[in-house]
Design a protein around this ligand. Structure first.
Ligand SMILES: Cc1cc2nc3c(=O)[nH]c(=O)nc-3n(C[C@H](O)[C@H](O)[C@H](O)COP(=O)(O)O)c2cc1C
Length: 329
């Protein structure tokens, strides 16, 4: 019974993760593809959270690389306002290196959106085949395309052709649409095609699309992928809540880098802590003063970019999450 097999995640051990971090050497292919991506973790795309302000905090605290929230291809094509809002140089070059992530259902529109991402000056074009949101009368996109390998591969192919060879293309996937053998095969086809088409790496979220964000991811699935494709750059995502989790995922699954998602909302210091573990030190903080400082910095940044009213609304949910990692518990 598949459900009875304990997941690798259960084998996480802080001491072992810290020892792994101390002895870790970064895969050199990553920084040669994206100069500046120098440590094996990054700020994942988080719609509704990972805006310029959150990313600047993540970078100040040690994230070497960030992915934007997913941007709908059609919106990028039709809205100058959206393009201005998402422009990577809106914060004067401080938000780099960065991937612009696009999502959509039509290969032609996705290719055109990828062209815009390149024109806007993003360092990497990331294709989202992971978002679980369902669209009533519209065609599936994001993770729902994992059930439609022909369309998914058509999109990957059109995007890669639209982007100059010197700009890396990457893809974000779920481990499959669901746990049926048919969907496992569909995933394999799409995953294999991405590398054949020249995609630099795939970041695989260890939950299925059907799971959305509920329940645990299956790290075994990541380990299995790495075992089957040892030469490929494969990044992992799912249930990365602490700095130790980053290195546990690398140690237990063999992925070369790890996406930090919800773990960075309440605790952006996760990036500093991960760097401390890499340096063989004890992880530190945050202090109360540092928490207050991050809230102030994010409010100020959002107020400049969005105005005080919008900034206040966004800060409400951010503050609740940060309060979760309050040093007084
Ligand atoms: C609110 C929310 C928004 C998200 N938005 C995006 C997104 O825009 N692009 C993306 O690639 N992943 C997105 N994700 C997925 C995360 O990047 C990550 O893969 C997922 O949360 C699993 O990691 P975690 O369990 O460590 O949070 C989102 C997740 C959440 C919870």
């Amino acid at each position: 019974m598949a459900g009875a097999v304990p997941d690798l995640r259960e084998q996480r051990c802080s001491e072992s993760a810290a020892a792994f971090a101390r002895g870790h050497t970064m895969d050199p292919r990553i920084a040669s593809l994206v100069p500046g991506f120098e440590v094996p973790f990054f700020q994942a795309g988080l719609a509704g959270y990972s805006d310029h302000a959150m990313r600047l905090t993540a970078r100040r605290l040690g994230a070497p690389y960030c992915v934007t929230e997913s941007m709908l291809d059609h919106t990028l094509l039709t809205s100058r306002r959206k393009r201005r809002a998402e422009h990577p140089d809106r914060v004067a070059g401080a938000d780099r290196p960065i991937a612009g992530q696009i999502v959509g259902h039509d290969a032609g529109e996705m290719a055109a959106a990828a062209g815009i991402i390149v024109e806007m000056g993003f360092d990497v074009v990331d294709v989202n085949l992971a978002c679980p949101s369902k669209l009533a009368k519209r065609r599936p996109r994001g993770g729902n395309l994992l059930a439609d390998p022909e369309t998914a591969i058509e999109i990957l192919s059109a995007v890669r052709r639209a982007v100059p060879t010197k700009t890396p293309c990457t893809v974000k996937l779920r481990r499959a649409w669901d746990d049926t053998p048919e969907m496992a095969l569909a995933f394999d086809r799409i995953f294999g095609a991405a590398y054949e088409l020249g995609f630099a790496w795939a970041t695989v979220h260890s939950r299925t699309v059907e799971q959305r964000y509920i329940g645990r991811g299956r790290w075994n699935a990541l380990a299995d992928l790495v075992r089957r494709y040892p030469d490929r750059l494969i990044f992992g995502s799912g249930d990365v809540d602490t700095a130790e989790d980053i290195f546990s995922m690398m140690e237990l699954c063999g992925v070369q880098a790890v996406a930090v998602a919800r773990g960075a909302i309440a605790n952006p210091w996760i990036f500093r802590q991960a760097r401390e573990l890499l340096a063989g030190c004890e992880k530190t903080g945050p202090s109360l003063a540092e928490q207050g400082g991050v809230l102030q910095e994010q409010f100020d940044q959002r107020a400049i970019l969005l105005g005080e009213r919008k900034a206040s609304i966004l800060m409400r949910k951010q503050s609740i999450h940060i309060a979760e990692s309050h040093p007084a518990g």
